[in-house]
Design a protein around this ligand. Structure first.
Ligand code: COA
Length: 414
C-alpha cells in the first residue's frame, strides 16, 4: 500500500509550480486527476516541442503518474461535472492567475459549501499586498524573492539560477502544506486552505541571505571574498559569486582540462576541521603552523592566496581525481557535473533518481524520479497521461452513465 493511497487530488494545475506538487503526491500514491481544457490541455504539452506531434518533455517530465480528464469548467454542464469532482476528491490544487477560479464560479466559500472536507491548495506569485493580482513566472519570483540580487558575480548584473526554485521550489512547499492539512483533517474532520506564494518560497530558500543582511550592521561579512579583496560593503547583502554561503569558505576551482571542458571544475571547501590535511594535500605543510594561515580567522583576509594555491593543485588533477583524493581525507569537495554526466551516471539510475520512461508518442525519454525516498513506499514512475486519456473512466467513477458521458462529449463539456 502506498503512503497516500486513497487520497484523491483534483489537479487544476498547469505549467510547472502546481504540476511538480501534484506529481510528488502521485508518486506517494495519491490518485491525481488532472483537469484540462478540452482540445487544449496544459499549455506545456505543446511548449518546447522536440518530437513533432508528441507531448513535450516539459509536460511529460512534470506530470507522471496522473490521470487526465478534459472538462470545460466554464460551461454549465462542465460546472455540474466539476461540482461532482469536488465532492469526490479530498484535495484541490490550482495555480491559475489570481481570481481565475472565482471567475469560474468556484470561490473558496463555494468549494467549502460543496465539500467541507476539501483541502484547497493554491500557488500564486505573491501573497496579499500590492502585487497580489500579478501573474508570475519562475524568474520573476527569483527576482522578487531575493535570489537574483544575491546571485552572480560582484560588480556584475543580478543573476537567475538554473534551479527552478520559484516553480518547483514552491511546488515542494505546497506539497508539504497539503499533507500537513490532510493530517490535521484526521483530527478536525475539516478541510482548509493552503496557500504558497512563489516570492515567499524563494525567500525561504534564501534565508541565509536575509541573515547576512542583518549581520551587515555588525560590520563587513568576513567570509565573503570581497572582504579579503578590500572591497567595501554597501547597505544590502551583495552578490557572493561562488563563495560558500556558510562559515566554511569554499570556491569553484579549475581542474585539469578546464581550457577546453566548460565543466572541468570542482567545488572545494576549506573546512576548518581538515585544514591540516588540506595543507598536506596541496603541498603547503608550512601553513599548518604559520600564524597567518593556522586559524580560520587568520585565513579570512587571505582567501584569494589560499584558493590560488589550492587551484594550482586542483589544476593538476581531473575533477574526479580531486574527489578520489579528498574524499578519504574527509575534505568536502564536489565535481561540477554537466547534465550529460548526470544523465549517464549509473548510481543515479540505480536509486531511481534518474529514470527512463516509455511514452506511446515519443518513445523512451529520461526523467527525474522522486527525490524523496520512503522505505515503505517506493515510487514507480509511470508516463504522463495523454490529453483526456482517462475522461470516460473518471466520469463513470463520479457517477455519470454512458448516455450522460456521450451527452457531455457531444455538448462540448469534455
Ligand atoms: N476550462 C475552462 N477554462 C479553463 C480551464 C478549463 N478546464 N482551465 C483553465 N481555464 C481558464 C482559466 O479559468 C483562465 O480564464 P480567465 O482568465 O478567463 O479567468 C484561463 O484559462 C487561463 O488561466 P491563467 O492562469 O490566467 O493562464 P495564463 O496562461 O494566462 O497565465 C500563469 C499563466 C502561470 C502566469 C498564471 O497562471 C499565474 O500567474 N499563476 C500563478 C503563479 C504560478 O503558478 N506561476 C508559475 C507557473 S509555473
Amino acid at each position: 500500500m502506498k503512503a497516500l493511497e486513497g487520497v484523491k487530488i483534483l489537479d487544476m494545475t498547469h505549467v510547472q509550480s502546481g504540476p511538480t506538487c501534484t506529481q510528488l503526491l502521485a508518486w506517494f500514491g495519491a490518485d491525481v486527476i488532472k483537469v484540462e481544457r478540452p482540445g487544449v490541455g496544459d499549455a506545456t504539452r505543446k511548449q518546447l516541442v522536440d518530437v513533432p506531434g508528441a507531448d513535450s518533455l516539459y509536460f511529460t517530465m512534470l506530470n507522471h503518474n496522473k490521470r487526465s480528464v478534459t472538462l470545460n469548467t466554464k460551461s454549465d454542464e462542465g460546472k455540474a461535472i466539476f461540482t461532482k469532482l469536488i465532492q469526490h476528491c479530498d484535495v484541490m490544487v490550482e495555480n491559475f492567475a489570481p481570481g481565475a477560479l472565482d471567475r469560474m464560479g468556484f470561490s473558496w466559500e463555494k468549494i467549502q459549501e460543496i465539500n467541507p472536507r476539501m483541502i484547497y491548495a493554491s500557488v500564486k506569485g505573491f501573497g496579499p499586498g500590492p502585487y497580489s493580482e500579478c501573474k508570475v513566472y519562475e524568474n520573476v519570483a527569483q527576482c522578487a524573492g531575493g535570489s537574483a540580487s544575491t546571485t552572480g558575480m560582484l560588480g556584475d548584473v543580478p543573476m537567475v539560477t538554473g534551479a527552478q526554485i520559484g516553480d518547483s521550489g514552491t511546488g515542494l512547499h505546497l506539497a508539504l502544506g497539503i499533507v500537513t492539512a490532510l493530517y490535521q483533517r484526521t483530527h478536525s474532520g475539516k478541510g482548509q486552505r493552503v496557500e504558497c506564494a512563489m516570492q515567499d518560497s524563494v525567500l525561504n530558500l534564501c534565508r541565509v541571505k536575509l541573515r547576512d543582511q542583518q549581520r551587515l550592521k555588525a560590520g563587513p561579512l568576513t567570509e565573503y571574498s570581497q572582504y579579503g579583496e578590500g572591497i567595501p560593503f554597501g547597505d544590502a547583502t551583495p552578490r557572493a559569486g561562488n563563495d560558500s554561503g556558510g562559515g566554511q569558505p569554499g570556491r569553484i576551482l579549475k581542474c585539469k582540462g578546464w581550457e577546453t571542458d566548460p565543466n572541468a571544475y570542482t567545488y572545494f571547501i576549506t573546512q576548518a576541521a581538515v585544514w591540516e590535511k588540506i595543507c598536506d594535500v596541496i603541498g603547503k605543510p608550512e601553513w599548518k603552523t604559520d600564524e597567518d594561515f593556522a586559524t580560520p580567522k587568520a585565513r579570512l583576509p587571505r582567501l584569494n592566496q589560499i584558493f590560488g594555491a589550492i587551484e594550482d593543485w586542483t589544476m593538476t588533477k581531473t575533477k574526479f581525481e580531486v574527489m578520489e583524493i579528498c574524499n578519504p581525507l574527509d575534505i568536502p569537495v564536489g565535481p561540477i557535473l554537466s547534465m550529460k554526466e548526470i544523465a549517464e551516471e549509473p548510481s543515479l539510475r540505480d536509486t531511481g533518481t534518474v529514470v527512463e520512461v516509455d511514452h506511446p508518442e515519443r518513445g523512451a525519454y529520461l526523467t527525474v524520479g522522486n527525490p524523496i525516498k520512503l522505505s515503505d513506499c517506493p515510487a514507480d514512475v509511470k508516463r504522463s497521461p495523454l490529453l483526456g486519456e482517462h475522461t470516460d473512466e473518471i466520469l463513470a467513477e463520479i457517477g455519470l452513465n454512458p448516455d450522460e458521458i456521450e451527452a457531455a462529449k457531444s455538448g462540448g463539456a469534455v
